[in-house]
Ligand binder design. Structure first.
Ligand code: SF4
Length: 232
């Protein structure tokens, strides 16, 4: 059956996308959120005319690389919006690849489906705000309880996972970091990323946090997680 997944980009080798694995990465467009600091506005707003790569053709390109590549990572935009995601992941798994998903985790129903069918080996979940600020920061009416449900599904699954958070000056402060950390307390891994104004069209004039300011976010989060990584 033909897989209906709009793929707008791919990279055949990444050393850092999937911790500990050599991976390829596949990009799909669209996102339900409208974060003002989004580094991928084109993917979110202007993706319809973008040229697409047929999933079946991409699977054929990936097949000979099995053995050299361990994994394929699907990123966005927001992959959970696409009904073609499960069959695509299923084909990757059938071929022998491990799979990773980068997601905002706002669709617990789809997440549950993926976990129950064992289609994902690693989730990287982008947290954009403390739970009570989601609708304000993501500029999208997140269903009450949806994020909590997704967090539970991922933490209770046997799948590897990490949470990521990019503090943005003017949008986030230390209280937000503490609120996020206490919601996710006991989780394995938190990756704190540096905000890059040059990648964020709408917030390009913001001054990014300094190295030491970002480290302070890492220090605040450290007691709550098995591991905290600060990416400057
Ligand atoms: S969740 Fe990610 S892709 Fe979606 S709008 Fe926010 S920053 Fe952009």
């Amino acid at each position: 059956m033909r897989i209906d997944l709009p793929i707008v980009g791919y990279r055949m080798l990444s050393l850092s996308d999937y911790p500990g694995c050599l991976s390829a990465s596949v990009t799909v467009p669209g996102c339900n959120f409208r974060c003002p600091f989004c580094p991928k506005l084109d993917l979110v707003h202007h993706h319809i005319p973008m040229p697409k790569t047929p999933p079946d053709g991409l699977l054929e390109v990936l097949w000979p690389r099995l053995g050299f590549l361990d994994a394929v990572s699907v990123t966005g935009g927001e992959p959970l919006l696409h009904r073609g995601l499960p069959p695509f992941l299923e084909d990757l798994r059938r071929m022998g690849f491990r799979t990773k998903l980068d997601t905002n985790a706002s669709r617990p129903g789809m997440l549950r489906h993926l976990v129950d069918r064992g289609l994902v080996d690693y989730f990287s979940v982008r947290i954009v705000a403390p739970l009570d600020r989601y609708t304000e920061v993501a500029r999208y009416k997140v269903k009450p309880g949806a994020m909590e449900q997704s967090i539970q599904i991922i933490r209770r699954s046997k799948v590897q996972y990490e949470f990521t958070f990019t503090p943005v000056p003017g949008f986030h402060d230390h209280d937000d970091m503490l609120a996020i950390a206490s919601t996710l307390a006991g989780s394995r891994r938190m990756v704190i990323r540096s905000f890059k104004p040059d990648e964020a069209e709408e917030c390009g004039d913001l001054e990014p946090f300094s190295v030491s300011e970002l480290d302070q976010y890492g220090d605040l989060a450290a007691p709550y997680f098995g591991e905290v990584l600060v990416e400057h």
